[in-house]
Write a protein that binds this ligand. Structure first.
Ligand code: ZN
Ligand code: ZN
Ligand code: ZN
Ligand code: ZN
Ligand code: ZN
Length: 369
């Protein structure tokens, strides 16, 4: 025996122990009569309730009985599964078989490692690339303490998760667990039979195959990022980031501001209250009068056009009479200051009005009265 075989022998001895423990006929089967007896009791109670026309009580018992039967059914089912798994177990997996399996494993895979403390046996796959998407290599880590059950993890050694889900490292691996699909039975069978090399090969083959219909994230969506507006996975050449909030927005959802042309997500764009075109938050301003948001074309300084026009009109109405009076008076005085008394006699009302102010008295010659 060469020096290198010693660790393999030790490994084989440890793994063999697991098979011995599990295939030992001493493994107890738990089977309790309690759930069954509870069902029987409820059946009796239901019979009594019916015979005495206790409709309310009968209804309560009926519901309890359904729950009890369902729970009992589940227990029977798991017992039945346990028993059928036991039937798959080989009578004996001997030490020599395991040793040979482990030797073959070293020939077949690089990076075979045994962690005695954790009881894990691992191999590393080659780098995997599916449909031109690089996924890196994976460590298949078998928990030997659970043998012959298939408890193992798939650990990405150079994780390349899709941007939309960090816990997915392979289309069929999420949270380090492989979705085995059709390989489930052969994988379990290989471990039950102590065919360790077959187990690792089956898992490695499953990792190098791709089925879009059962993928956690399809390869087509691998480099996709969810659009902030519609949630769809947008691939690199079908998305942009919003120029305001920098969230990813797909081409379908992104709109450009009618004014500055910046591409934005739906959240960051708004409609001008007046013209109803799309503008970014920078290009829409609130009217300080009515509070509506308006584009630069529909705004006059700090106000929307409507508020601006309304206030303009109000101002005109308030200011015009005063302005007109003032303007006319100034004009008259400028043009011909002496003409004022001359026109007055033509209208007695005006003359009286003027006289009452005491303006015309001095100006009107006494001879004309
Ligand atoms: Zn979108
Ligand atoms: Zn945005
Ligand atoms: Zn803008
Ligand atoms: Zn506008
Ligand atoms: Zn306004």
């Amino acid at each position: 025996m060469s020096r290198n075989n010693k660790p393999i022998l030790r490994m084989a001895a440890e793994i063999h122990k697991q098979y011995l423990v599990r295939s030992s006929p001493a493994s107890p089967i738990e089977f309790s009569r309690v759930p069954y007896e509870r069902c029987l009791k409820l059946v009796r109670q239901l019979r009594v309730a019916h015979s005495r026309d206790w409709h309310g009580a009968a209804e309560c018992v009926r519901r309890d009985l359904i729950a009890a039967l369902e729970s009992h059914q589940r227990e029977l089912q798991s017992l039945s599964t346990l028993l059928s798994n036991m039937a798959h177990k080989p009578a004996v997996v001997n030490m020599r078989d395991i040793y040979e399996e482990l030797t073959a494993l070293h020939d077949e895979f690089d990076g075979v490692s045994w962690h005695a403390k954790q009881g894990t046996l691992s191999v590393a796959t080659e780098s995997i690339r599916l449909d031109d998407v690089y996924l890196g290599s994976f460590e298949i880590q078998l928990d030997c303490r659970s043998l012959p059950n298939a408890h193992y993890e798939i650990i990405a050694l150079d994780a390349q998760p899709p941007s939309c889900n960090e816990s997915v490292t392979h289309p069929h691996v999420q949270d380090n667990v492989l979705c085995e699909g059709d390989a489930q039975v052969p994988i379990q069978q290989a471990l039950s039979d102590g065919r360790l090399t077959d187990f690792f090969q089956l898992v490695a083959i499953t990792l190098s195959t791709y089925n879009a219909s059962s993928a956690y994230v399809t390869l087509a969506d691998w480099d996709g990022v969810p659009c902030v507006d519609c949630g769809s996975n947008a691939s690199e050449d079908y998305r942009m980031s919003c120029s305001r909030c920098e969230e990813v927005v797909c081409d379908d959802c992104s709109r450009s501001c009618e004014d500055c042309g910046d591409h934005c997500c739906g959240e960051c764009l708004g409609l001008c209250h007046a013209c109803e075109n799309c503008y970014c938050g920078n290009c829409l301003k609130r009217c300080d009068h009515c509070g509506t948001r308006n584009c630069s074309g529909c705004r006059w300084e700090e106000r929307c056009k409507r508020c601006h026009e309304t206030t303009e009109q109000e101002c005109k109405q308030n200011r015009q009479p005063e302005g007109q009076r003032k303007g006319e008076q100034e004009l008259e005085e400028e043009r011909n200051p002496a003409s004022v008394p001359q026109v007055r006699p033509a209208s007695p009302d005006t003359a009286a009005a003027v006289q009452s102010h005491g303006v015309g008295e001095a100006a009107v010659p006494a001879g004309l009265r």
